[in-house]
Design a protein around this ligand. Structure first.
Ligand code: HEM
Ligand code: SF4
Length: 616
């Protein structure tokens, strides 16, 4: 209850947990690999540095005037994914150079609607320079970052606007002028202050450990750098556990691993410092709590954002979908090919990508489509993203599939991979070789939902029996037969966007960017004509009419993102950025085109909804 919240906050504060600056335009939770300090491949333990930057920036006057949130992540090494620094506003990867500790620092990354890879700010920032560098970056962001338009206020837009070289210069100047602060280096005097102490002696895992334990240990137990100790991952369904389970987990931690448990960005819990000699007893404890699910970090261990369950920005039920996929895949887990089992899947309920779908082998992002006058929940399928090497590359949308056909889509995609891969070819390499066009062909048969009369289940979302509908609009004898002109236009735009994505894959950045822009113009034209406005085929006329009739009237405005997506078209047309585009610009153009098309679908839905309400 809300009246109990202050008491809860006080109790959390007494154990060093605060929600201060966890929301709003502030430095959000600083994250680091869950294996920091115990990992075999780390350069060194990043925990004290992550802790120091948290303490230093929390409440710092230089971070109180941001236009948007700011996320910081640490990684203990380059290649392991746990830190995922490339999609953070500021990221630091541990390095040792000539025996000296420091970090490769990156800036301006982010997911969200238009994902951007962070750029290198410093190849090697010595440890004593880390906090002043973060302070200087914060001051530049606070001073020059966008404050009016939230949609363009993250630091990634500032870095893009001024360019990384100019940004580096601004930061260097800012650093020069900073008044020295003893907190910059005080923490270096005791880098062991955050060390965890094991509560049990090290030991070996018994050679006669039962089969159930061994199946669990295959993916959920990781040997630590410290001989005789392991990190155990408790795989949580959708990141959830009950209060009773939470208390029992705390008891297990006190008994076997000490008083610290790390939450992971993949929505699991990691218990470190588990002695091999206790591993079976710990596992038995999890079995008793029904928390011994195997397969951490595999295809059954999906990440999902809250989606329509609780998020007001949600379009589709990402949690419902994830729960369903997890249930179905767990049943066949033992029979899956190891290459398929190793895939990572992630789902977001909308384009904001809280579920990190861009950085998955197979990602899903919620969208909705209008079919025969009814809304049908869909997910866009995103392929080609990379979780490894700190999320080195992001995927692109292959196409939208009705929510209820997503399990089938996963089946088709993985079957296609297994059937046509060359030797031990990885999923990443396979996608790069065959291209997304191939996957579009694979998905084509399941992209169209059956008419409502044939199968109404497609018209409600996973885990939500309520109909996902806007009423019987334009439904004739057979709903499937009536396809308004605007729907053809939107389909044509999607086809153009797909062709543009193929062009990008073929290394033709110029053609791809032009194709992305053309797709936006086609969608805009379809909507303008839907309003019964005469419009010519040329882009200037379409954009002018789109501006007058859909942008200025706010008809195209998203309820939350407002004019953000319309601006993509207007800006692109004004600046002609689609001409002679580089790879990076082409990628961004296609991301923006994808979002514009989603917004066009949503706008069309709102227009039909309004027409239906007026007709009642
Ligand atoms: C339920 C309420 C939530 C809302 C309204 C929300 C809203 C948003 C928005 C608007 C963005 C895009 C920001 C941008 O592009 O500038 C975003 C990004 C993101 N959110 Fe959430 N979020 C919610 C919950 C969560 C949760 C529970 C998590 C994970 C624990 C999460 C993790 C992320 C991540 C990883 C990103 C992408 C990284 C980035 O570029 O910031 N979000 N969120
Ligand atoms: S991705 Fe969208 S639906 Fe999911 S939590 Fe973020 S804002 Fe909400």
């Amino acid at each position: 209850h809300i009246e109990e919240a202050p008491d809860m906050m006080r109790r959390l504060a007494t154990v060093g947990i605060t929600t201060r600056e966890a929301c709003g335009n502030s430095v959000r939770n600083v994250t680091a690999c869950e294996y920091a300090g115990v990992c075999k491949t780390q350069a060194f333990d990043v925990t004290p540095y992550a802790n120091a930057i948290t303490q230093f920036l929390l409440g710092h006057p230089d971070v109180q005037d941001f236009g948007r949130k700011f996320k910081i992540a640490f990684s203990g090494c380059e290649d392991n994914p746990c830190g995922l620094v490339t999609f953070h506003d500021l990221g630091a990867v541990a390095h040792v150079r000539d025996g000296k500790r420091g970090f490769r620092v990156v800036v301006g990354g982010g997911l969200g609607a238009v994902p951007v890879q962070a750029k290198v700010l410093a190849e090697f920032c010595p440890e004593e320079e880390l906090l002043p560098l973060a302070q200087a970056v914060s001051r530049v962001f606070a001073r020059l970052g966008e404050k009016q338009s939230r949609a363009r206020a993250r630091i990634k837009f500032l870095v893009q606007k001024v360019g990384i070289d100019e940004f580096k210069k601004l930061v260097a100047e800012e650093r020069e002028g900073l008044r020295p602060d003893e907190r910059w280096t005080a923490f270096l005097d005791d880098l062991h202050a955050t060390d965890e102490k094991p509560v049990r002696d090290p030991g070996a895992i018994p050679s006669d450990a039962p089969a159930g334990f061994r199946a669990w240990a295959e993916h959920n137990l990781k040997p630590q750098a410290q001989e005789g100790y392991y990190s155990a991952i408790v795989k949580l369904p959708l990141g959830d556990f009950t209060a009773t389970q939470g208390r029992a987990l705390a008891d297990l931690a006190r008994k076997y691993t000490g008083d610290s448990i790390r939450c992971t960005v993949e929505q699991n819990l990691t218990f470190r410092w588990l002695s091999g000699a206790d591993a079976v007893a710990f596992y038995d404890g999890l079995v008793a709590l029904q928390m011994a699910a195997a397969g951490a970090g595999t295809i059954t261990d999906m990440t999902s954002c809250p989606g329509t369950d609780t998020c007001k920005l949600g379009i589709s039920a990402s949690r419902g979908l994830t729960g369903e996929l997890r249930k179905r895949l767990t049943l066949v887990e033992g029979d899956l090919d190891p290459a398929v089992r190793a895939l990572r899947m992630k789902a977001s309920g909308c384009f904001n990508s809280c579920g990190q779908h861009h950085a998955a082998d197979i990602g899903f992002t919620g969208v909705s489509r209008q079919v025969g006058g009814r809304k049908v929940p869909h997910f866009n399928i995103v392929l080609g993203g990379q979780w490894t090497e700190n999320a080195k590359s992001y995927g692109l949308v292959v196409g939208a599939v009705p929510s209820k056909n997503i399990p089938k889509a996963v089946e088709l995609i993985t079957e296609h991979y297994l059937a046509d891969r060359e030797g031990e070819e990885s999923f990443q390499a396979f996608i790069a070789r065959v291209g997304k066009r191939e996957f579009r062909k694979v998905l084509a048969p399941i992209q169209k939902p059956p008419p409502y009369e044939e199968d109404p289940s497609y018209y409600s979302d996973w885990g939500n029996p309520r109909e996902y509908t806007i009423g019987d609009i334009g439904v004739g004898e057979c709903a499937g037969e009536i396809v308004p002109f605007v729907e053809f236009g939107l389909q044509q735009a999607e086809q153009q966007l797909h062709d543009a994505q193929d062009a990008l894959e073929a290394g033709q950045a110029g053609a791809a960017a032009l194709g992305g822009f053309t797709a936006m113009v086609t969608a805009a034209k379809a909507l303008v004509r839907h309003l019964e406005v005469q419009v010519k085929d040329d882009a200037d006329d379409v954009v002018a009419n789109f501006k007058t009739h859909l942008h200025d009237t706010t008809l195209f405005h998203d309820p939350f993102a407002k004019g953000k997506f319309a601006t993509y078209l207007l800006k692109m047309h004004g600046e002609q950025s689609y001409k002679n585009a580089s790879d990076e610009i082409a990628h961004r153009t296609l991301d923006e085109a994808q979002l514009f098309l989603e917004a066009a679908h949503a706008c069309y839905e709102r227009l039909t909804q309004a027409a239906a309400a007026a007709a009642e």
